[in-house]
Write a protein that binds this ligand. Structure first.
Ligand SMILES: [Zn+2]
Length: 473
């Protein structure tokens, strides 16, 4: 109970304080020392409390200092955090801005897509490019343009546009449809923009087909037999007939179940698409060459163009040729709408596959272009595990062998049929075709002689699948 804070004092009999040490005098039984134990007085207690208090205060001070230290640390951490937040906040604002920009761009694309072309691909067809300049065409070029021998490789894209423009004026289509010449230029540019850079199905092919159509219109003196509106349908359909061709044919579209095949239920997916793109372009007032024709005329023109573009599907070859032949068997009446429709379909088909009618130096490069496109397709089909047509397979086809069957079974019979109606075709087109066939035969024989050819079974000696069925007839 006294422990730490008790004072022990030794006193003698007189009450004097005896110093406790080894030298202190001994006491005796008669005079014993007295031991006095004294409790700490109040002063001592106060001091102790004070000490305790001071310690406590010191502790508190200490803590207080620590708190200050912590405070400053927290404060500096807080500042760092605030700075970080500020930066992050800025970043967040930037991200929000980017998001907004992206959504605006998406809207623009969507609007443009809806307004102009293409469900499948987003090719904005409106052309704000400067207009192509008007080339002054020499009389020689103007005359040459009407010939099937015209060298279509000689011209730059802008020159081809000018040549097409010239055809519109020369055939009096600008007058017939009351086309604003600027709209015509915009329309031509827009069409050109909507041809892809495929090895074969590109803008030059479009020009080629149209130039041949222009040549045939003159060669057959068609203006004497049909209206200018029909001539316009033939020219516009030729220009638009492969718009936005993806470079893979209908068989691929159907087998790969592409969006186009699904949209058009496997029925001429490409031709339907070319046609839809053509009228998407015409739906924009800036590029509508038919904006000044009346409603009834537009209805006829639209139906005519659609019919011709859809007729370019080679799957319909036999059907169209047979119908045409049946019309020829009686007296062909140019006033009969059905006759004219069939004739127009045959004409666009002739032009679409007319490369072999042209001189060898013009036609040959096209075979390479077509084979390149075919090989691209067959490579893709192989990689996607889809069926591959032998005439497209780089391991199975050779150039001359590919052409012979096509010229023999498709081109010559078709042009000979048209020559029944227009005999001038024989000399200008059938004879060159036969020349081409003989040349290819010779080349094929040489290949076989050199033993460097790739052997094909007869049904695949063709460039086009339909020949297999034509040949088997
Ligand atoms: Zn074509």
């Amino acid at each position: 109970m006294y422990c730490t804070y008790c004072v022990i004092t030794l006193r003698d009999a007189s009450g004097a304080h005896v110093s406790m040490s080894p030298t202190m005098p001994c006491n005796a039984p008669g005079s014993p020392y007295k031991v006095q134990i004294t409790q700490p007085n109040s002063n001592n207690g106060d001091s102790e409390i004070l000490t305790q208090l001071m310690t406590h205060v010191a502790d508190q001070f200490n803590k207080a200092f620590k708190v200050e230290e912590m405070k400053s640390e927290i404060s500096s951490r807080l500042t760092a955090l605030e700075r970080k937040l500020e930066i992050e906040g800025l970043k967040a604002v930037e991200i929000e801005k980017c998001k907004k920009d992206i959504s605006e761009i998406k809207d623009q694309i969507w609007t443009a897509q809806k307004k102009y072309v293409d469900f499948n691909r987003m090719r904005l067809c409106i052309c704000y490019k400067p207009m192509f300049c008007l080339y002054t065409l020499s009389q020689e070029t103007i005359d040459y343009l009407k010939q099937p021998t015209f060298d279509i490789w000689h011209w730059e894209p802008n020159e081809m546009l000018s040549l097409l423009e010239h055809m519109f004026h020369e055939l009096k289509l600008v007058k017939e449809f009351n086309i604003n010449p600027i709209t015509l230029k915009r329309w031509l540019l827009c069409v050109q923009e909507n041809y892809r850079n495929n090895p074969f199905h590109n803008f030059r092919h479009c020009f080629c087909v149209t130039q041949m159509m222009y040549g045939m219109i003159h060669l057959c003196n068609l203006q004497k037999h049909v209206s200018i509106e029909e001539i316009g349908i033939l020219i516009v359909a030729s220009i638009c007939h492969d718009l936005d061709h993806p470079g893979y044919n209908n068989t691929y579209q159907i087998n790969a179940r592409t969006e186009l095949a699904i949209r058009y239920n496997d029925i001429s997916p490409l031709e339907n698409h070319h046609c839809a793109v053509a009228f998407q372009i015409a739906s924009n007032p800036e590029t509508n060459i038919f904006s000044n024709v009346d409603k009834e005329s537009f209805k006829r023109i639209r139906a005519g163009i659609t019919q011709l573009i859809l007729a370019t599907d080679m799957a319909r070859h036999s059907e169209i040729i047979e119908t045409f032949k049946s019309k020829l068997d009686g007296k062909f009446d140019f006033k009969n709408k059905e006759n004219i429709d069939t004739l127009k379909m045959v004409l666009i088909k002739c032009c679409d596959i007319s490369n072999e009618v042209r001189p060898m130096e013009v036609s040959e490069p096209w075979v390479d272009c077509l084979l390149e496109e075919y090989f691209n397709q067959s490579d893709r089909e192989k990689s996607e595990g889809l069926p591959v047509a032998p005439f497209m397979d780089r391991d199975k086809v050779t150039k001359p062998s590919a052409q012979i069957g096509f010229i023999k079974f498709v081109l010559i019979p078709m042009f000979e049929t048209v020559a029944r109606l227009f005999p001038q075709i024989e000399e200008q087109m059938v004879i060159p075709l036969k020349g081409s066939r003989d040349r290819q035969r010779k080349s094929d024989m040489e290949n076989k002689g050199n033993n460097s050819f790739k052997l094909l079974s007869p049904p695949v000696l063709v460039l086009c699948p339909l020949i297999v069925c034509v040949a088997s007839k």
